[in-house]
Design a protein around this ligand. Structure first.
Ligand code: IPE
Ligand code: IPE
Ligand code: MG
Length: 250
């Protein structure tokens, strides 16, 4: 992989024994990036796709195992229909160009979110990518699309209560693992690192359960300007954090 001098410097600071296993990203700031340039907001979404490609490449290169990317929230339906339509077209555009490379890289694509709420054409494109990569054993990329953490919890509670009322699960056996298993992320470890560009410092309904002990990393850079350098810097900073999980430092 080609790296600039700055990227190389950061790369050399990384301890490869302690790469975050799971990185989650709230890909934010596309609209502001575009407005700053006098462009329509959707131009920012298109530009953001390049950051997404670059991020998947560097995460894969570093040996990250899970990458969860927030692409569309359950609240983003409130936006003007033109913008929503554009955003719902992007996944198929992206996948039609990139799926082969992702398959060649052994990437496994997963969808987190309410698939049934997506337009048919979007759902079909993503589900095809999921099926075509499901045997892959490399980096798992979760696309959080029509995803809302509160929705995810409600869905899990409903599934669990159904099992309890059917008699196949005892109330006293419900524990943290039960809840985790019924989330979209079931079977995957919680994120070690959460990145949010664009200067906002909030979760916007992203992974409320899973982020309980995650390290947060913020940058004012807008997502379309987010490059390998930012990802590498986030990992370098992550490796300096002292994670205690409620206990005491070793
Ligand atoms: C993130 O960028 C993409 C989505 C939420 C779909 P925004 O569209 O939120 O960009 P800003 O935050 O308005 O700049
Ligand atoms: C969160 O960003 C959703 C995605 C990046 C996909 P928003 O732009 O929707 O969040 P708020 O509205 O600023 O909290
Ligand atoms: Mg935003």
């Amino acid at each position: 992989m080609e790296l600039t001098t700055r990227e190389r410097e950061l790369f050399e600071k990384i301890d490869f024994q302690r790469i975050p296993c799971h990185v989650a990203i709230i890909m934010d700031g596309n609209g502001r990036w575009a407005r700053k340039r006098g462009l329509p907001r959707v131009a920012g979404h298109r530009a953001g796709v390049n950051s997404l490609k670059e991020t998947i490449r560097i995460a894969d290169e570093l040996g990250v195992k899970y990458l969860t990317l927030y692409t569309f929230s359950t609240e983003n339906w409130k936006r003007p229909s033109r913008e929503v339509r554009f955003l719902m077209k992007l996944p198929e555009e992206y996948l039609s160009r990139e799926l082969e490379e992702l398959r060649a890289k052994n990437v496994c694509i997963k969808l987190m979110g309410e698939a049934n709420g997506l337009p048919e054409h979007t759902r079909r494109a993503v589900e095809e990518a999921v099926i075509k990569t499901e045997e892959n054993t490399g980096l798992t990329v979760n696309f959080a699309m029509n995803y809302g953490s509160r929705d995810e919890v409600i869905r899990a509670v409903k599934k669990i209560s159904r099992l309890v009322s059917e008699g196949s699960l005892k109330e006293e056996d419900i524990n943290e693992d039960t809840i985790s298993a019924f989330l979209y992320s079931g079977g995957q470890p919680d994120p070690d690192l959460l990145i949010r560009p664009s200067g906002e410092q909030r979760l916007s309904n992203f992974l409320l359960w899973q982020l309980a002990y995650t390290e947060f990393w913020f940058t004012s850079t807008y997502w379309p300007d987010f490059k390998k350098e930012h990802f590498l810097q986030a990992v370098v900073d992550f490796q300096k954090r002292n994670r205690r999980f409620g206990g005491l430092t070793k």
